[in-house]
Design a protein around this ligand. Structure first.
Ligand code: PLP
Length: 418
């Protein structure tokens, strides 16, 4: 009998047959509050009627207008639309399907445009699973296991995770910037460094917001040495953190911005933006792909951006994030196993720790399973797997957040969490 690869590890037992807003339903019509949003993808909720309508309309007109063969209108419309949302000057776009492809494309551009071989990435980052982006990924050793040695030239510098170090933000930032300078002195000289890739909130690595002072330190060094600053906004973009782009929290503007996930409500679409001047320094014809900028995906993205604007979903993420964080901090006062609650907008984490603050992945997993039994879908993340993350669709209501908190409280009880 044919089977699905056992190497795909699934976090829940749910067999979803239908989605509606913040809910998923199984074949028995059991309802689950979906605070995973397809790993931060279905920001407009499952099957938003306007997105469905746009997909259906486009599918009846043109499904595949292959973009190195012909130009289709949705691609131009989306480019204009995104150009109004990206920082001034970042108005030239390349499209692909998966996040990892857009990261690879940004990496290709950075190397070609600068003529420099190396990139600096930060410890705990996740940039993708294909060889280039995987070489830049250090969020979990299992991702790299059995594949090393990977692409040369990806140099890892410490990420300012104050909770992990047990220091305050200022001390952590000073240490990490000093270590970055040490990397310049010992591993990758500035003139050999094409780019630094940064997630504004460390995602798979544990939902750790970047302190603005660290981003300012990177921007200053990039400017000083002619290094490109690339914001990997694949998870943080399109309103997730309560601002349209995560880097807006940091007070710095990147040279390259990569987006995917929330962009098209679940249709596969990714992109990166740079200035036209930078983009034209790449090798002609070096970017492409069979499915990139798919017409149906672009139509879904246009409808997604309409919904985000009309339903004020960025504002909603900013408003409801503190409600979620507040509720979780309340639970943390009752459960000492919750060592930290952190996040920005609707990208929130509960960190499970044991004795002396050691990561406790077992408890995180038990709570996740108990939450599923209570009807709430959550994901874990973190370099040690001890972080339960909260990424509801941005259409979530205050009542649904309260429901989720009640289910989580029950799950903590059922899982015997101290
Ligand atoms: N970069 C970040 C920050 C991500 O969160 C992800 C996916 O989780 C990726 C890159 C890779 O995207 P994809 O899984 O679509 O290849």
């Amino acid at each position: 009998m044919a089977t699905i690869s056992p190497l795909l590890q699934r976090s829940s037992e749910v067999r979803a047959v239908r989605g509606d807003g913040v809910y998923l339903f199984d074949a028995d019509d059991r309802r689950y509050l979906d605070f995973t949003a397809g790993i931060g993808v279905t920001s407009t909720g499952h099957c938003h009627p306007r997105v469905v309508e746009a997909i259906q309309r486009q599918a009846a007109q043109l499904i595949h207008g292959q973009y190195t063969t012909v130009l289709h209108p949705r691609l131009g419309e989306l480019t204009t639309r995104l150009g109004a949302l990206t920082p001034a000057g970042l108005d030239c776009f390349f499209y692909a399907s998966a996040g990892t492809e857009a990261i690879e494309a940004a990496l290709r551009l950075a190397r070609q445009a600068s003529g420099r071989p190396n990139v600096i990435v930060f410890h705990g980052s996740f940039h993708g699973r294909t060889i280039g982006s995987l070489s830049m990924t250090s969020s979990r050793v299992g991702l790299r296991a059995g594949l090393q040695p990977l692409m040369a030239g990806a140099v890892v510098s410490p990420f300012p995770d104050a909770f992990r170090y047990g220091w305050d933000d200022d001390t952590t930032v000073s240490f990490c910037l000093a270590e970055l300078d040490f990397v310049f002195d010992t591993l990758s000289a500035p003139r050999e460094t094409a780019a630094m890739f940064l997630e504004p909130v460390l995602g798979e690595g544990g939902y750790v917001p970047v302190p603005p002072a660290f981003a300012a330190g990177l921007r200053e060094r990039c400017d000083r040495h002619g290094i490109l600053l690339v914001a990997d906004e694949i998870q943080t973009g399109i309103g997730r953190t309560g601002k349209f782009w995560g880097h807006e929290h940091l007070g710095v503007v990147p040279d390259v911005l990569v987006t995917a996930k929330g962009l098209a409500s679940g249709m596969p679409l990714s992109a990166f933006a740079a200035s036209e001047e930078l983009m034209s320094q790449g090798w002609p014809g070096s970017q492409g792909g069979t499915y990139g900028g798919n017409a149906v995906a672009c139509a879904a993205a246009l409808a997604t951006l309409d919904v985000i604007e009309d339903e004020q979903l960025v504002e909603r993420a900013a408003e409801l994030g503190p409600r979620l964080i507040g509720g979780l901090r309340g639970l943390a006062t009752e459960h000492s196993a919750i060592g930290d609650v952190r996040g920005l907008g609707l990208m929130v984490a509960t960190v499970f720790t044991g004795d002396l603050g050691a990561p406790d992945a077992d408890t995180a997993r038990r709570v996740q399973v108990a939450a599923e039994r209570a009807g709430l879908l959550l994901l874990t993340c973190g370099t040690a797997g001890n972080v339960v993350r909260w990424i509801p669709p941005l259409v979530v209501t205050a009542e649904q957040i309260d429901d989720a908190l009640d289910m989580f409280a029950l799950a903590l009880q059922k899982a015997d969490v101290r």
